[in-house]
Write a protein that binds this ligand. Structure first.
Ligand code: IPE
Ligand code: IPE
Ligand code: MG
Length: 238
């Protein structure tokens, strides 16, 4: 038992994919799939907190998702707005710190105000909930590089950049790296999500469309994770 417990992931990241197909299969507009996906997001965030997962990250909108129709983007932002407003009245908000990963400057002032408020909520922080919004893994690494470059120019420090410095300069800062990366919707790709942070993540790909993803499947993914032998390039520990 202790063995299994010690293998619980500290950080689970989700690529919530398949909302559009879920809706299309039912003859509904894609936005109906996002609305249903929003409910799943709520349920899975709660399930992770119940299971005492320290850090959870959800991919809500990628830097590439601007290629989608304006109406679909607007519907996604409206949903996010609603979930943030609800968040403030929740018990969970007291011990969970919300962080937004990605560049939120293109969003409306109203949404940015809500984001700023959400990021300040929480008293006794034991859990972290990251929402990746207008996020790209490459953009994250580039902004970390630029941050370190400006510091070096300012201080005249010529030393080479280290991996640890890059890790800390990323949007995830001191959070642990991704242990378990779950992608629903059948595609087996990373789609520019947490590239650096997932270097040694165990990858769980599921054909389930995100609106149908459940706490039971989350448990199956966590069980599967506990059975992995994470060698990090070394030899089997057993
Ligand atoms: C949700 O799934 C991902 C978001 C960008 C919010 P999709 O909207 O990509 O659904 P599919 O892949 O078209 O089914
Ligand atoms: C990844 O899903 C982005 C999010 C879940 C927000 P996409 O549906 O945008 O990914 P691709 O286009 O299939 O790679
Ligand atoms: Mg998709």
């Amino acid at each position: 038992m202790a063995e299994i417990l010690s293998k619980k992931p500290r950080h689970i990241a989700f690529i919530m994919d398949g909302n559009g197909r879920w809706a299309q299969q039912r003859g509904l507009p894609r936005t109906a799939g996002h609305a249903e996906g929003g409910k799943t997001f709520r349920a899975i965030a709660d399930a992770c907190l119940d299971r005492d997962i320290e850090v959870i990250t959800f991919f809500a909108f990628s830097t590439e998702n601007w290629k989608r129709p304006k109406l679909e983007i607007a519907a996604l932002m409206k949903l996010l707005n609603r979930y943030l407003v609800d968040w403030f009245s929740e018990e969970r908000a007291k011990n969970t710190r919300v962080h937004f990963l990605g560049d939120t400057t293109p969003f409306s002032e109203e949404l940015r105000d809500l984001i700023a408020r959400a990021e300040q909520t929480g008293e006794n922080i034991s859990h972290h909930l990251n929402i990746a919004l207008n996020y790209g893994g490459r953009a994250d690494i580039a902004q970390a590089a630029n941050k370190l470059l400006s510091e070096r120019i300012l201080t005249g420090n010529p030393s080479p950049v280290t991996e640890d410095e890059i890790t800390l300069a990323l949007s995830t800062g001191e959070m642990p790296p991704v242990d378990l990366l779950i992608r629903t919707g059948g595609e087996m790709r990373i789609s520019n999500f947490l590239l650096w942070q997932s270097a040694y993540a165990e990858l769980y790909f599921s054909d389930t469309l995100w609106p149908d993803f459940s706490a039971e499947e989350l448990d199956r993914a966590i069980d599967w994770f506990s059975g992995r032998d994470r060698r990090y390039g070394g030899l089997n520990q057993k």
